[in-house]
Design a protein. Structure first.
Length: 346
């Protein structure tokens, strides 16, 4: 049994405590940390958490309970501090994405984890669904060849009421898009080479930073991905993983994933289309633990076996997903100039 201390009990943190940790076999919450006593009291009241398991510092929690792992669903600005402290205490870490503000900062955390001999993982939860895993399998098998052009659209309607991303400097490219950029790397089994991007914030947007962006990402092997994302679209919302169209020699693969309709998850969709033939709908192998549960199960396996399981997102692996974000933001700041990934990662 992996004993976990959770740091962060805001709204997303309470969701982790309620919907994720209790549902992953082999993991048990042994402590909860939040610097705000009010957040601890709210979690105790809403989730029935024992007051004795609540602490205002990670150091105090680690000294009081037997733990192996820190789960960190805190805001991005706090990631580096929490990860570094957890590693210094000899604990493995699962941190929300993006796991650092810059690639430079992320590389320091990866190096610290490797020095400590601890597992550092990033919760790239969109990996743990049927369609992206199936498409990755199709490409790996090689029966369709390599994709040439990939188009990916992400649209959400403007949120109403309070929304935690309104005050982010780059709510699309710096936060949401890392899900899509990471899926590109996972599905293509290739690394990005360079990025060109433009972004803007439309009139009457409630976001402080740019909520709309369009990017071209060139991958090893010549695949070119066209990405269009918007937090303020008036059109029909896409599933959270977006709408994908992947052009292969003689075939197109269209798929969607992580579709919530009225807060209910509907099945992933995958269609293989060939000119003059009926569309094929390959059967999708079920994923037992989806989303954040899948991410938590992966680090449990990595801790227990010392090996990285399929679809696992280690801190080191995630550097190139974060690098696409950083390159896209840098390109947009320079009017859409191409940015080399090698210049970001170093």
């Amino acid at each position: 049994m992996i004993g976990a201390i959770q740091v962060g009990l805001g709204g997303w943190g309470r969701s982790w405590a309620r919907d994720v940790v209790p549902k992953v076999p082999g993991v048990k919450a042994v402590g909860y940390v939040d610097a705000a006593p009010a957040a601890l009291r709210k979690a105790q009241r809403q989730l029935g958490i024992d007051k004795a398991l609540c602490f205002t510092s990670l150091k105090a929690a680690a000294a009081s309970v037997e733990a192996d792992l820190v789960i960190a669903p805190v805001r991005t600005a706090a990631h580096a501090e929490v990860v570094a402290e957890a590693l210094s205490l000899g604990l493995h870490v699962l941190v929300e994405k993006p796991f650092a503000r810059t690639v430079k900062e992320a590389k320091r955390l990866v190096a610290a984890a490797e020095r400590a001999g601890r597992v550092l993982a990033v919760s790239q939860n969109y990996r743990h669904y049927e369609a992206p895993q199936a498409v990755a399998g199709l490409i790996k098998a090689g029966r369709l060849g390599r994709p040439g052009l990939v188009s990916l659209d992400f649209r959400r309607n403007p949120p109403t009421g309070k929304f935690p991303y309104f005050d982010m400097p780059d709510p699309l490219l710096g936060d949401m898009a890392i899900h899509h950029f990471d899926l590109m790397r996972m599905v293509l089994a290739a690394e990005p080479v360079r990025v060109a991007c433009e972004s803007f914030n439309p009139p009457k947007s409630r976001y402080d930073g740019d909520a709309v962006g369009a990017a071209l990402i060139e991958f090893e092997g010549g695949t070119l991905v066209s990405y269009r994302g918007s937090w303020v679209s008036a059109g029909a919302p896409t599933p959270w993983a977006g709408e994908w169209a992947m052009d292969f020699p003689g075939a197109q693969v269209r798929w969607t994933s992580r579709n919530t309709d009225r807060k209910r998850l509907t099945p992933d969709r995958l269609v293989v289309a060939r000119p003059g033939k009926p569309p094929e709908r390959p059967k999708l192998a079920p994923v037992k633990l989806r989303d954040r549960q899948g991410a938590l199960a992966m680090i449990r396996t990595a801790i227990e076996t010392g090996r990285e399981p399929a679809w696992f997102s280690s801190g080191r692996d995630n550097l190139n997903s974060l690098a696409i974000c950083e390159a896209a933001i840098a390109s947009a700041a320079k009017g859409g100039n191409w940015i080399e990934i090698a210049d970001i990662v170093g």
